[in-house]
Write a protein of this length. Structure first.
Length: 336
């Protein structure tokens, strides 16, 4: 299963290959309660057919109407919605929110194909487009980069798909794997116990052979990777955690009660982990929502994954807010 961004780019390439006109829209920044985050993308064909999203739906309807009438910008431009309260209500942006969108007519399918190839290779790709001229260039980027305006250039980022490595093919692991796929995670499962492998029947999951510590090392977890140990067997869970806590994964968690987690942390101190690395461990894993059943625990785990991922995104975005605000104030934009 591909990421949502990958599918948007793939469809855009298909339309370009068919000789259709295609515009790509990217959310630059939001104010108030706009429904999509910066970086959200939408590809639109010249007849208003679309894939992806930049809002809750009303803005897409307006953009589709403009596409059908040939009223979309002919060059790389900025457009803004929800400037006034009346306009915010008209386009369904709640609480007076505002939305700044970068829009460009796509012409080079080969460049989009290179972005997709980079995503498949788990690279974070920076695409820079010059306002007005549409000149563009690609480069690799560092984790934590966020969409931004820098003078005449708009920088957007296309990263590898979020992935989740689950240690443990038990009932909780199966439910967690199924739910995580719905949330657009690429799910990998590791469990060296032969009996667990024989009873595994979850579709769409990649089974990774090997002992948990070796699997984590071979995976080379990046900032788009989460690792959760749910075997409830310290011999297996701890093997994975000893390596996971030293890697770049944005989330590392383990199943177990508070008492068992304290015992686990004491065991970790006997190895080559420092206190900062041990403190990264999320345990008991998941948000405290009173979960008991495997499905409820899986919901709690995924809710915490989303929370941590969102907090890290927001922290990265806040770090560049001042420069971004100055660039937005000085950048020209199209009326809508």
């Amino acid at each position: 299963m591909n990421s949502l961004d990958y599918e948007v780019l793939q469809r855009a390439c298909e339309w370009l290959a068919q000789g259709r006109g295609v515009h790509l829209f990217t959310v630059v920044q939001t104010w108030g309660s706009a429904p999509r985050l910066p970086g959200a993308i939408l590809a639109m064909r010249d007849d208003g057919h679309l894939v992806g999203s930049v809002s809750g739906g009303c803005i897409e309807d307006d953009l589709a109407d403009k596409a059908r009438h040939g009223d979309l910008p002919k060059t790389a431009s900025l457009i803004e919605y929800g400037v006034s309260r009346d306009e915010a209500q008209r386009f369904g942006i709640p609480c007076g929110g505002r939305l700044l969108i970068f829009v460009e007519p796509l012409r080079d399918a080969s460049e989009i194909a290179r972005i997709m190839e980079g995503m498949q290779q788990r690279k974070l790709i920076k695409r820079s487009v010059r306002l007005g001229t549409g000149e563009s260039k690609l480069a690799e980027a560092l984790p934590g980069s966020t969409p931004s305006l820098d003078g005449e250039w708009f920088h957007s980022y296309f990263g590898p798909k979020w992935r989740l490595l689950i240690i443990g093919a038990n009932q909780l692991g199966a439910v967690l794997a199924s739910m995580a796929q719905v949330l657009d995670f690429d799910v990998l499962i590791c469990d060296p116990r032969e009996g667990m492998r024989a009873e595994w029947h979850v579709e769409g999951v990649t089974w990774v052979d090997g002992m948990p510590d070796d699997v984590v090392l071979e995976l080379q977890p990046d900032a788009h990777t989460a690792i959760v140990a749910v075997t409830h067997d310290p011999k297996l869970d701890d093997m994975a955690l000893l390596e996971a806590l030293k890697c770049d994964a944005f989330y590392v968690g383990a199943l177990g009660s508070r008492k068992n987690q304290e015992k686990r942390r004491e065991r970790m101190r006997l190895f080559d982990l420092n206190e900062g690395e041990i403190a990264r461990l999320r345990g008991p894993v998941g948000l405290p929502i009173g979960s008991r059943t495997p499905a409820e625990i899986a919901v709690a785990i995924l809710a915490e994954l989303i929370q941590v991922r969102t907090q890290q995104r927001e922290a990265a975005a806040e770090s560049s807010d001042y420069a971004q605000a100055a660039a937005i104030r000085s950048a020209p934009r199209c009326a809508v």
